[in-house]
Ligand binder design. Structure first.
Ligand SMILES: Cc1cc2nc3c(=O)[nH]c(=O)nc-3n(C[C@H](O)[C@H](O)[C@H](O)COP(=O)(O)OP(=O)(O)OC[C@H]3O[C@@H](n4cnc5c(N)ncnc54)[C@H](O)[C@@H]3O)c2cc1C
Length: 302
């Protein structure tokens, strides 16, 4: 009943609503059972209103970006999965900051910065998530971090209030932000970048992309590096050292190309991936005394 009411309200304010949405179609791993309701909001205000409706009807709500750091349960997700559509939205420059909605892809943001002659986001080109997901995860690569360039973000809290948080208030760390401890949804962000030469910026972006293509198994569905980097070490090197390259459970495999990636060879289930990840964690711990922690977020019904 409450699902129907939230679906009705969401449609009435202009959101797209899909019942029993196949989460495998919304994750880069191509894994996951159905979500009761998948709601796509077109504006931050719609996010706020759907959030309020879920609170009113006591429905669980999970926010997703591009689903590139998610492993969704085979049983799917109960309640509402909400996303903010970034299609066709472009950043703007105001008061020396690049402002954008959180639903746009990092790729769009990086290209905008390049075309505006602004440097600082080159590292993020090739990370396949949204701006919101990158803020939540404090995404980083090639020694660059979202926390280096973000000035503030606006987020919708459970009571429907929208607040602006400064960089300090977001308490960034390695793959860490304040949003992991609070159910706030990032709806927009502002970045402080430095003037740069568009040709040089473009060159660095393409170089990073080439490195990714060379080193990462981009030809297979995955959620990127599966494990966090343990201090003073690399997850991929530890896994390789344990002889786990190519190790398989069902359709899930430790990539032959990069041992830090678990890939979906086709038809992998969430259970396959979890079983393989458990095996890796146990083996690395036994051989090296280091406990690997997944970077990928597990979500959905256990
Ligand atoms: C091939 C590949 C390469 C990758 N390389 C990198 C890399 O180099 N560096 C790196 O850091 N990551 C990398 N990733 C992982 C992933 O792309 C990033 O973590 C990205 O920031 C996730 O963004 P997303 O929009 O896909 O978020 P999702 O995967 O949809 O969500 C991840 C988490 O963020 C939360 N979230 C998403 N949007 C919001 C929002 N607006 N407000 C609040 N919470 C939100 C979700 O609730 C969830 O908990 C890679 C992934 C792949 C598949």
């Amino acid at each position: 009943m409450s699902l129907e009411r939230v679906a009705e309200i969401s449609r009435a304010i202009g959101c797209e609503v899909v019942e029993n949405a196949r989460m495998e179609d919304f994750t880069s791993f191509r894994i996951g059972g159905p979500a009761d309701l998948l709601i796509t909001a077109k504006t931050p205000d719609m996010v706020r209103r759907v959030r309020q409706a879920c609170a009113e009807f006591n429905l669980p709500l999970f926010f997703i970006g591009n689903g590139t750091n998610l492993l969704v349960s085979d049983k799917g997700m109960r309640g509402v999965v909400l996303r903010l559509d970034g299609e066709g939205k472009t950043p703007v420059i105001k008061d020396g900051l690049v402002l954008c909605e959180a639903g746009i892809s990092l790729k769009t943001l990086c290209r905008f910065a390049r075309d505006s002659g602004l440097s600082g986001l080159e590292f993020a080109y090739g990370i396949p998530g949204t701006v919101g997901g990158a803020v939540y995860m404090n995404a980083g690569a090639f020694d660059g971090w979202i926390s280096d360039v973000i000035e503030w973000a606006e987020a919708v809290f459970e009571n429907g209030e929208t607040k602006r948080l400064s960089r300090d208030e977001m308490k960034f760390g390695y793959r860490k932000s304040v949003f992991m401890d609070s159910p706030a949804i990032v709806v927009s962000a502002a970045f402080r970048l430095k003037p740069g030469n568009p040709a040089g910026i473009s060159e660095r972006m393409e170089e990073y992309l080439r490195t990714r293509k060379e080193k990462q198994p981009l030809e297979f569905p995955s959620a990127g590096s599966f494990f966090k980097r343990p201090e003073g070490n690399f997850a991929g090197a530890l896994i390789e050292n344990c002889g786990l390259r190519g190790c398989r459970v069902g359709g899930a495999q430790i990539s032959q190309k990069h041992c830090g990636f678990i890939i979906n060879l086709g038809g992998a289930t969430c259970s396959d991936v979890k079983a393989l990840a458990d095996k890796v964690i146990k083996t690395v711990y036994r051989n090296h005394g280091i406990k690997l922690e997944p970077e990928v977020c597990f979500v959905g019904e256990e």
